[in-house]
Design a protein around this ligand. Sequence first.
Ligand code: TMP
Length: 210
Amino acid sequence: MSRGRFITFEGGEGTGKSTQVRLLASYLTQCGMDVVQTREPGGSPSAEEIRPLLVTGGADRWSAMAETLLFNAARVEHWRQVIDPALARGAHVVCDRFSDSTMAYQAYAGGLEPRVVSELHRIALGGVEPDLTLVLDIPVDAGLERAAARRDSETRFERKGREFHERLRNGFLDIARRSPKRCLVIDAGQSIERVHGAVLDALKSRLGMR
Ligand code: TMP
């Protein structure tokens, strides 16, 4: 049995990631594939317990270092309990955010040394990387507007200010530039259907999946 493919979606606030994760997971399921749809922070029982600590409350509740350690704590459990076993049995895993989010949010936008974030990722998870990462990109104001319309309580990062979000957007674009084989930037200002089409094209051209 060959290992499944690990596909992640990344991007700032209001880029429509969660919709695209759902659409891709149901498409692959309809094609008869074994698919696990999951998200970060969270995705396993213990990691879901950590999630509210990170995504609710005051914007300055944690330092970038404390956040990085908490995101890594959640990720270790998620990887060990859900992602790795699924890939090992041959299932494809479609994940809403992974370690690129820590690099973009806590390093590029949050000010932590990128070297520290990648070193912690190496220590905590052996530096594992997705097979394909779709980076959904949209201008900051449009993204924040979309995110504000959602009206949920998970707004801690949304409230970090415009400059944070500009650094974040540039961070994701830089990560994609540095890993062109793994990452593809998709214009998330297009319709949901067109973004989904671009995602399917990428699966075909990059991973040889139909
Ligand atoms: P979500 O809104 O996409 O569900 O993600 C939760 C929030 O957590 C989002 O504002 C981005 C943030 N985040 C980080 O800051 N670092 C990380 O490593 C991850 C996975 C998420």
